[in-house]
Design a protein around this ligand. Structure first.
Ligand SMILES: CC(C)(COP(=O)(O)OP(=O)(O)OC[C@H]1O[C@@H](n2cnc3c(N)ncnc32)[C@H](O)[C@@H]1OP(=O)(O)O)[C@@H](O)C(=O)NCCC(=O)NCCS
Length: 332
């Protein structure tokens, strides 16, 4: 069976820069607290209400298609990963399909949070390998800023997240040696309520009440220490699994592009994998956690910085709410 590969990558962030000091004016926090625990200095927020995840995805998708040397009409299908869809339904895949002029082409939504991009990539990989589609656009895009609680009750979560989008075009690899060499996916719903937004919920009738809003149950809630513990265990585990499945050793890896949730998590992951810092891509300092967008955004940065060279082996690893975690190896 033919392998698939990433033919092009692009990203986009809104222009509004929000620093840690800006947040410290809205809640009891400090640049020092945020930076020490997460590595974040600033993040981007949408400029005004009315901009959804699918809007951020448009420029990222166009850049990815251009980088692939293709035209938009060459795209056969859209896979959209997000935890912050524009609306409850329909999903942002359909919205993006229309905004890109891909009317009539299939579009699906992936709801796997910080691991969403890799789950989406696995769908595109399967579609290309089975020759169902030739070129698949995989997008990760998030607007978090409209769901954060900018006060002391929500400060543990509010300081970590940012808005942004990343996209790749997946198509056929040139030969069996190149392209996606492994893909490993996992989930464990036992930790579902360690990081979640409770309402509105189909599990409740009505789905949301004024009282629930007053209690802030429509904002994300996180047991940070649990998330941290799971992440530093599962990310190295799945990274090793992906490298072994690719028939490689960690010494063969030229670049690790991890999900950007927390600098401390990524430093511990790199240490456990014995990968030196120069092989690890970080951009959390400038963008915070953009969930499904982090990996394509970081990969785009790595390409633009000239860090991706022909025949490089790139390792992806992600962990997020669900819990979900995934790893993949790509030879470019
Ligand atoms: C969230 C996280 C940074 C908190 O760090 P921590 O080391 O567990 O926090 P600490 O125990 O040092 O501090 C907690 C204290 O800081 C306070 N605090 C929480 N958010 C704060 C903020 N933004 N500013 C200042 N203080 C804050 C808490 O109220 C608590 O105070 P208390 O001790 O008086 O009760 C850390 O748990 C983490 O990174 N978890 C993973 C989060 C993540 O990656 N999520 C996304 C996954 S995809």
């Amino acid at each position: 069976m033919l392998r698939s590969t990433i033919l092009g990558v692009g990203s986009y962030v809104p222009s509004r820069v929000v620093t840690n000091d800006d947040l410290a004016r809205m809640m009891t926090t400090s640049d020092e607290w945020i930076f020490q625990r997460s590595g974040i200095k600033e993040r981007r927020f949408i400029e005004h209400s009315g901009i959804g995840a699918s809007d951020l995805a448009v420029p990222a998708s166009k850049a990815a298609v251009e980088h692939a040397g293709l035209k938009m009409e060459d795209i056969d299908a859209v896979v959209f990963a997000t935890l912050s869809p524009d609306y409850e339904f329909p999903g942002p895949g359909c919205l993006l399909n229309h905004k890109l002029g891909l009317n009539g082409k299939p579009a699906i939504d992936v709801r796997n949070q910080c691991t969403g991009f890799l789950y989406g990539l696995s769908v595109a990989d399967a579609w290309v390998r089975t020759e169902l589609f030739k070129h698949v656009l995989v997008v990760g895009a998030e607007v978090h800023s409209t769901a954060l609680e900018f006060n002391d009750r929500g400060r543990d979560v509010a300081v970590l997240f940012g808005d942004g989008a990343g996209a790749v075009v997946v198509g056929r690899a040139k030969d069996d040696e190149h392209g996606l060499r492994s893909m490993c996916l996992h989930a464990d719903g036992a930790g579902a309520k360690d990081l979640w937004i409770e309402a509105p919920a189909s599990a409740y009738d009505p789905r949301i009440t004024h009282a629930m809003i007053d209690e802030g149950r429509h904002y994300p809630k996180m047991i940070g220490k649990n998330v941290f513990r799971w992440a530093i265990e599962k990310m190295p585990e799945v990274a090793i699994e992906a490298v072994q499945k690719a028939g490689l050793t960690m010494r063969d890896i030229d670049l690790l592009v991890p999900h950007q949730a927390n600098m401390r998590i990524n430093q511990m992951v790199a240490m456990r994998l014995e990968l030196p810092d120069e092989k690890v891509v970080h951009n959390i300092e400038k963008f915070g956690n953009t969930t499904a967008a982090t990996i394509p955004m970081a990969l785009d940065r790595a390409y633009k910085d000239g860090r991706v060279k022909p025949d490089n082996n790139i390792l992806f690893a992600a962990f997020g709410a669900g819990y979900t975690w995934a790893g993949a190896v790509l030879r470019v």
